[in-house]
Design a protein around this ligand. Structure first.
Ligand code: HEM
Length: 207
């Protein structure tokens, strides 16, 4: 196998493994105590808020599902071999994003770190909802190129769940404090992803 092809394949395997690993991470919230992860930092008012709880569990379970299956859509082999499967996964991804994305806008209002974090997560949620619905509507109109373009942006937004968990420990190590690191990561988790998506779209010459 030529070197370029091999590095591309290895890159895709690493990308897929990260998506599966973080996609499964929300399971921990269902099997561990109610003091796990983010829940430990929330006030009793938030923890006893029924709407917040519904939105939180909808967000993490369907967000996890979207991340878990979304990467499969970028495999040309799978698309060419089984278009029906591509369509089924696509519909599950779209519905998951709609519910998880809407729920994210609600829980973002309660985000740790205040206004800076709230706006960072809200922008990400809106971008996720917008690009995913545009990607879906484009394929309904049989516009494959536009569909690909918007879905690349959609998954770049979804991938923020992975990049957040890479950036956060680095930022905590730099700032030696959680809150400033969290405020920055609410923006840093998605902005470079969108820039990378822009260059991928440009390289593929998608209109
Ligand atoms: C792409 C759009 C997304 C937005 C806008 C978003 C937004 C948020 C917000 C606002 C919180 C609560 C933060 C707080 O209260 O401080 C949160 C937590 C969480 N989200 Fe998302 N999220 C997105 C995607 C995802 C995806 C794809 C997953 C899949 C793994 C995910 C999994 C989680 C988990 C597990 C938590 C709990 C916090 C933790 O343990 O790290 N999110 N998200």
């Amino acid at each position: 196998m030529p070197f370029k092809q091999m590095t591309k394949k290895i890159g895709f395997i690493i990308f897929a493994m990260l998506c599966v690993f973080i996609g499964l991470y929300p399971v921990a919230y269902f099997i561990l105590e109610r003091t796990f992860g983010l829940l430990a930092s929330k006030s009793n008012i938030v923890l006893n808020n029924v709407f917040w709880n519904i939105a939180f569990y909808v967000h993490i379970s369907l967000g996890g599902l979207a991340l878990l299956i979304g990467w499969l859509q970028f495999s040309k082999k799978l698309r060419n071999r089984n278009l029906k499967l591509h369509r089924t996964i696509g519909k599950v991804y779209m519905i998951s994003v709609m519910f998880s994305g809407l729920a994210s806008l609600y829980i973002a209002y309660y985000a740790t770190g205040g206004l800076i974090a709230i706006f960072g997560f809200m922008c990400l949620g809106l971008i996720w909802l917008y690009t995913t619905s545009k990607g879906f509507l484009s394929i309904k109109k049989r516009d494959v190129s536009k569909h690909q373009k918007f879905m690349i942006y959609s998954y770049a937004a979804c991938f923020a769940a992975v990049t957040l968990r890479i950036w956060l420990p680095i930022l905590i190590a730099i700032y030696q404090e959680f809150i400033p690191a969290y405020r920055i990561v609410a923006w840093l988790c998605w902005m470079p992803n969108i820039v990378v998506a822009y260059f991928i779209v440009k390289r593929l010459d998608l209109k």
